[in-house]
Design a binder for this molecule. Structure first.
Ligand SMILES: [Zn+2]
Length: 295
């Protein structure tokens, strides 16, 4: 299952706590809490677990009868555990946008424009304090400031773009509604797969075609990678420019896995990793409940 990521490494930043903060327009953001400490971890080590959690956050966010507070709480808990999705570097055509005058945006669900001036774009992720960037055409300088933690983070020479390091900074924020939307997208993909096979025999060919097209719209942005020559052997390093990219690739990989695919349990509705490809339910109790006539 994990072959493509086996022996590979990356790192991502999460803070010890986050807060929901509103801007002047009433838009809610998640942002590192005051005095929260940054911490590095390797998301590759637990990518399967991260994917299952992300799908389950998405399920909660999809629930039309669930209160907003519950949805925000689910997103908050995810971010507290794994850090931001890295939307700022995931949305544009390239994560290295600072050297251009404009950011180019492929079709996406967050910003309905094809292009946007760099500082206008940055303001979506730095709504409370502008990062210290001086820019003269293609030349730019980012001054990473703040406490020693911040400066240390910025100096992690890992070959990734300055823009990725900007998304690790304390003032960086992500919109709650955008985060929710992204989680919904992943869960939607899982439920599409579920219903396609569950209802296949009862569907018209037109409906089947509709399902197939919704899946085709779920396209991939592949993270880049390089080989690092470690002391004893070469290691595949994933340059995750966003956690989003890693999850996106892994959701596809896990939904299509031959041996242990990720599935949605028809009993409780939760995402789970099947021990056998034919497993339908996440647990004996979900299966028993179903067989005993309950639902
Ligand atoms: Zn279940």
């Amino acid at each position: 299952m994990k072959q493509i990521f086996e022996h590979s490494k990356s790192f991502w930043v999460r803070y010890s706590d986050y807060a929901i903060v509103e801007d002047n327009n009433g838009i809610k953001y998640l942002k590192a809490a005051e005095n929260a400490r940054p911490d590095l971890y390797d998301p590759i080590d637990s990518l399967e677990e991260i994917v299952v959690k992300a799908l389950n956050v998405g399920r909660i966010c999809m629930g039309i009868d669930r209160p907003d507070e519950e949805k925000d709480e689910a997103v908050y808990q995810f971010v507290k555990e794994y850090g931001f999705l890295g939307l700022m570097t995931a949305i544009p055509t390239t994560p290295r946008f600072l050297s251009n005058d404009n950011v180019f945006l492929p079709k996406n669900q967050f910003i309905k424009r094809e292009t946007m001036e760099v500082f206008e774009y940055l303001a979506h992720f730095y709504p409370f304090e502008r990062p210290n960037i001086s820019k003269n055409c293609a030349k730019y300088t980012v001054v990473f400031e703040g406490d020693t933690d911040m400066v240390a983070l910025a100096w992690l020479a890992d070959g990734r773009a300055d823009e990725v390091h900007l998304s690790f900074q304390r003032e960086y924020s992500e919109r709650l509604d955008w985060l929710r939307q992204q989680f919904v997208d992943w869960a939607f993909t899982m439920t599409t797969v579920f219903f396609y096979y569950h209802d296949y025999d009862h569907m018209s060919e037109k409906d089947r075609e509709f399902y197939r097209q919704s899946m085709a719209a779920y396209d991939g942005i592949t993270p880049s990678y390089h080989i690092e020559l470690k002391k004893d052997r070469p290691v595949l390093m994933w340059n995750l420019n966003s956690l989003l990219q890693g999850i996106q690739l892994m959701v596809c990989k896990m939904l299509t896995d031959d041996d242990n695919p990720v599935k949605m349990c028809p009993g409780c509705g939760k995402a789970f990793i099947a021990k056998n490809p034919a497993d339908k339910y996440c647990s004996n109790s979900c299966e028993k409940h179903k067989n005993s006539g309950g639902d």
